[in-house]
Design a protein around this ligand. Structure first.
Ligand SMILES: *Cc1c(COP(=O)(O)O)cnc(C)c1O
Length: 297
């Protein structure tokens, strides 16, 4: 398991709506750190790992569903550092494991399956008492340490960028971007969950109470029907992005983020001559669950 941050680069993007508005648009290719580890998950975890190391933990436990990029990133971190880890997985053990869980298991993660209601009602304090030597990380890496880890992404964000656009699930990545952005940089989140308008409040909760910034906005209308939902128009859009920009995207997060970004550009959301930076966090291994041949990449 080799993680390669040195492969990350900033790719220039073209689209007629960018040209019409004189926008300079690029994307930070965090997906290139590893074929199956999501870039944002890796960075989000790093502050937890540091905290755990300082507290002398050598084992980790966390939570997620069968397709969780966070579960896989945690397994990879622990594998790289020789730590034990447990993944508490939502739902009964399936007859055959998803790609994500099979990879996590191969990396040495112990999988423990919880029924949906057990998962929903999980009592972290109780689990901690059962596994005292384990450092527990919340589902998706949600939490204040997660936003601190995201700061590292700024090494690829030019200081003259005026907009930073990223997909949001739990909102931790966006909170981290808001927390570390320069005052003139507006952070724009494309929410991939349907009916999760409370995300704005959750983002505010994650930010330290003495931190003030109003320079951010979340769009809740680009979810294509909900988390991991897709239709022909999204698939066509993904193939088009590949054809025009050689940009691979996943159908859960990054395609919806790029769709939102282009739609906002068409609608004139970004003032003329703006420099816009998108964040590609990865997630491409999620496309393995699509029928073969649907995507041209
Ligand atoms: C998890 C994930 C996100 C969303 O990150 P949050 O911090 O949960 O908002 C975006 N893109 C990819 C590829 C992810 O795996």
């Amino acid at each position: 398991m080799v993680i390669s941050p040195e492969k990350v680069y900033v790719q220039h993007l073209t689209n007629s709506s960018f040209a019409e508005n004189n926008l300079e648009v690029s994307i930070v290719r965090l997906d290139l750190i590893h074929p199956s580890i999501s870039g944002n998950k890796w960075f989000k975890l790093s502050a937890y790992i540091n905290d755990a190391t300082q507290k002398s933990y050598q084992a980790f436990a966390t939570f997620g569903g069968a397709y969780s990029n966070h579960i896989l990133a945690t397994a990879a971190h622990c594998n790289q550092q020789g730590y034990k880890c447990i993944g508490f997985i939502r739902g009964e053990e399936p007859a055959s494991l998803s790609h994500t869980l099979a990879d996590a298991k191969e990396l040495g993660m112990t999988l423990k399956f919880l029924s949906r209601s057990e998962y929903q009602n999980r009592d972290i304090e109780h689990l901690k008492s059962l596994y005292p030597e384990y450092y527990f990380i919340d589902e998706g890496g949600f939490g204040t340490l997660g936003i601190i880890g995201i700061k590292q992404i700024f090494q690829w964000i030019p200081s003259d960028a005026s907009f930073i656009v990223a997909a949001c699930g739990t909102g931790t990545t966006i909170a981290g971007l808001i927390y570390s952005a320069l005052p003139h940089q507006k952070v724009v989140g494309i929410n991939v969950l349907k009916g999760y308008e409370a995300i704005e409040n959750d983002i505010k909760q994650l930010l330290p109470s003495d931190f003030v910034s109003n320079n951010w906005e979340i769009f809740n209308t680009y979810h294509f029907g909900g988390y991991a939902k897709k239709n022909d128009s999204l698939i066509n859009f993904m193939n088009e992005l590949w054809q025009t920009n050689a940009l691979p995207t996943d159908f859960v997060y990054e395609s919806k983020m790029m769709y939102g970004l282009i739609d906002l550009a068409k609608k004139g959301y970004f003032p003329k001559n703006s420099k816009v930076i998108a964040i590609h966090s990865g997630g491409l291994q999620g496309n393995l669950s699509l029928p073969k041949g649907l995507l041209h990449f």
